[in-house]
Design a protein around this ligand. Structure first.
Ligand code: ACO
Length: 403
């Protein structure tokens, strides 16, 4: 057994908080979150108001530069982005090299990391303000192209080049659903829904992927490398990967006969690893304000697009049953942002494997803002401690004498 007092003599006092449940790692002026009250604000603006009145690109500007843009500022921002939407022709070879069925998240983190190879100025550990801003603009500009080309690659279809006269989201829709053989009309319902979803995902203070971006950035790593690490963190099913896992779960329940009670019991069974995906949140213990907006948007989008998705019924039944079940009530487990987002993405025409990539596209301005803040605040390198519980003072036995 470990003698903790002895360890204390060796290492001093260490606060042990696995999962960082109560440990603040930084100060930040980007996003405010009150988990008890279900409040989320970007730079002081309530998420409900931004989702209703703003656009994703405007919210990106707000998160990154701290203020809502004036008409001239947003015009200039969009112009700067439009100059960098193309990706280097040599990068196309990377898309070709991935197997068609490679997971889009694996491709995305590799491709984002590779951007530093095409932007050597980003490798300067003490970049000028304009070089940093250039890296920010390039990343915002190239991300939709990368995401839509990953999608096209998965279908084996030719890549569609950006059309810079289009706004950010319409251009993304054009590259994703466009065809080289014909002009495809951009449906405003699709653009509106994506605008809303990406706004709701744009930042969420020190979550797992954002903390990853900050900790990687704290070692002086460049923007592309830091955000690539954040994308890897987002991939996990306990974080952004939950949106894919939710749809897979709903399909599973549907194919199993739609008995939601059975699956709720499974989620409650401590000998079973199954969890109700899209339920629960580390910080929200009352409700997730994003989930409220998304649930409404989901009904709205499906109605406008004339889609009747049978898994929506299962989702609603599951939510209703869980909200009245003491197990979920006592543990304050409510639907989170990922519970209904997948149903909307599916209605817009995205395959399940693309869902987490869309989350990454939305979270990008938040990651960028957090990386910039870390640099501005000159934060020290992130380096948590541990409480050692392994063997102490062992005698080395040569390999010839080991049994
Ligand atoms: N289904 C069933 N039980 C659950 C669930 C769930 N979805 N979530 C939590 N619990 C239970 C746990 O088993 C635990 O029970 P216990 O006290 O009897 O041991 C209790 O609720 C607390 O759960 P923790 O895992 O300790 O909570 P934590 O804050 O560490 O985890 C998390 C939060 C990861 C979101 C968790 O609720 C979960 O796994 N949810 C499903 C995955 C998901 O939807 N992730 C997306 C999160 S949102 C986002 O990243 C964008």
């Amino acid at each position: 057994a470990i003698d903790i007092s002895k360890l204390r003599d060796q290492t001093g006092y260490i606060t042990l908080d696995t999962g960082f449940k109560n440990t603040g790692a930084t100060t930040s002026s980007i996003t405010f979150l009150d988990g008890e009250q279900g409040i989320l604000k970007y730079r002081g603006y309530p998420i409900e108001e931004l989702a209703e009145k703003s656009t994703f690109i405007e919210v990106a500007y707000l998160l990154i530069y701290g203020e809502l843009p004036t008409p001239d500022q947003i015009k200039d921002f969009q112009y700067q982005i439009s100059r960098h939407t193309l990706i280097h022709e040599d990068m196309k070879k990377f898309f070709d090299a991935f197997p068609h069925n490679a997971h889009p998240m694996g491709q995305l983190c590799s491709l984002v990391s590779s951007l530093s190879a095409f932007s050597p100025e980003s490798l300067n550990p003490s970049p000028s303000k304009s070089d940093t801003n250039l890296a920010v603009i390039k990343l915002l500009a190239k991300m939709p192209t990368i995401v839509s080309w990953i999608y096209k690659g998965s279908l084996g279809e030719p890549f569609i080049y950006p059309l810079n006269k289009m706004d950010y989201i319409s251009n993304f829709v054009h590259m994703t659903f466009g065809r080289v053989t014909e002009e495809v009309e951009i449906d405003p319902v699709v653009v509106d829904a994506l605008d809303k979803l990406l706004i709701l995902h744009a930042d969420h203070e020190q979550n797992c992927s954002t903390s990853t971006v900050r900790i990687v950035g704290s070692s002086g790593s460049n923007l592309y490398a830091s955000i690539s690490a954040g994308i890897s963190a987002l991939w996990g099913p306990l974080h952004g990967g939950a949106n894919q896992a939710v749809i897979e779960m709903l399909e599973l329940i549907r194919n199993d006969g739609g008995d939601t009670e059975k699956w709720i019991n499974k989620a409650k069974d401590k000998d079973d690893n199954f969890r109700l995906m899209g339920f629960g949140h580390r910080v929200y213990k009352n409700f997730d304000p994003r989930a409220k907006i998304i649930k409404k948007a989901c009904d709205n989008v499906l109605e406008k697009l004339g889609i009747n998705d049978p898994v929506l019924e299962i989702a609603k039944k599951l939510e209703d049953a869980a909200l009245h079940d003491p197990y979920f009530v006592e543990r304050k487990l409510y639907p989170n942002v990922d519970f209904y987002s997948g149903i909307i993405y599916r209605a817009l025409g995205f395959p399940t494997e693309m869902f987490t990539v869309l989350f990454a596209l939305g979270r990008l301005p938040g990651w960028i803002a957090q990386w910039l803040e870390l640099r501005d605040q000159k934060e020290p390198i992130g380096r948590p401690r541990q409480v050692y519980t392994g063997e102490t003072d062992r005698v080395y036995v040569p390999i010839s004498e080991r049994k």
